[in-house]
Design a protein around this ligand. Structure first.
Ligand code: JD8
Length: 262
């Protein structure tokens, strides 16, 4: 029997802008996870590992061109100071990285120690990810100014998967991308708001009808908004039946307006 890997409990973040983390780390889930002692998160200023008067961390690019590149020396010294042998995984946030998603989040959540490298300027001297055997990760096809916000995305997505971090009321497993479908719509009081009602089934008290309606709505929204997810989701016999109903109803639009109650 394979031994379970210990859940991730330590993060070290290397950045030129440590203040960017102070707000997010002190609120909500990230705050509670630390307060409960489930995780230790330390933020380090990369300039700590410089030795010159001006604490220089960047330099001009070889080959010329605009902008500056992060020097390898401070990053290597920092990682060597923080690394805990084979327990540590170095993750570099870069636009060239592996696309981050729920799959990668759950893999990272099983590791004991992550060192997150946040770049700035034009990015890292390429010997940094190479020489440190870093896992290069990108949070998506959008241009950001640095790796700090991507590191917070990885941190938030990963910490909430650590056992004990979420309360019983919210299961990480039930979350949208974990089930492979978008969520059904949610409603709360009042029943009538500015002329907009609540689907009557939700007020019926019929729990089986409610579950069926929610599943159907989840399938409908996923089909409309994220067909790419629907093609990869594992669907039950009931799901296929609900999808046939949805397709039949959609084919009828124009002849009659869609009945939202089913
Ligand atoms: C790290 C510097 C800015 C990148 C010139 C704009 C991740 N999904 C993502 N988008 N952007 C980043 C990211 C951007 C970064 C750095 C991550 C370090 N920049 C640079 C190259 C082009 N500027 C990212 N993860």
């Amino acid at each position: 029997m394979r031994k379970e890997r210990r859940a991730l409990n330590r993060f070290d973040i290397l950045t030129l802008f440590p203040a960017m983390f102070q707000g997010p780390l002190q609120e909500s889930i990230l705050r509670r996870a630390q307060d409960k002692g489930l995780v230790t998160i330390r933020v380090h200023d990369l300039r700590t590992w410089t030795h010159d008067r001006h604490r220089v961390v960047d330099d001009v690019p070889y080959g010329g061109g605009a902008g500056m590149v992060l020097k390898p020396e401070p990053v290597f010294e920092a990682v060597e100071a923080l690394r805990q042998g084979s327990d540590s995984t170095v993750v570099a946030l870069t636009p060239q990285g592996l696309p981050f998603g729920q799959r990668l989040a759950s893999e990272l959540a099983r590791l004991p120690h992550l060192i997150l490298l946040c770049g700035r300027y034009e990015g890292f001297d390429d010997r940094i990810p190479q020489g440190l055997q870093a896992l290069e990760v990108s949070i998506g096809d959008v241009v950001l100014s640095g790796g700090e916000i991507p590191a917070l995305v990885v941190l938030d997505a990963t910490v909430r998967l650590i056992p004990g971090v979420l309360g019983d009321e919210t299961s990480a497993l039930a979350d949208s991308f974990a089930t492979g479908l978008l969520e059904h719509p949610h409603y709360t009081r009042p029943t009538l708001f500015r002329g907009m009602g609540v689907p009557p089934v939700l007020l019926s008290g019929d729990h089986q009808a409610i579950a069926r309606w929610r599943r159907k709505q989840a399938l409908r929204r996923t089909r409309e908004r994220r067909p790419d997810l629907l093609s990869r989701a594992s669907l039950s016999d009931l799901d296929r039946q609900l999808l046939v109903e949805i397709e039949t109803e959609d084919a009828g639009i124009g002849r009659e307006s869609r009945d939202e109650s089913n």
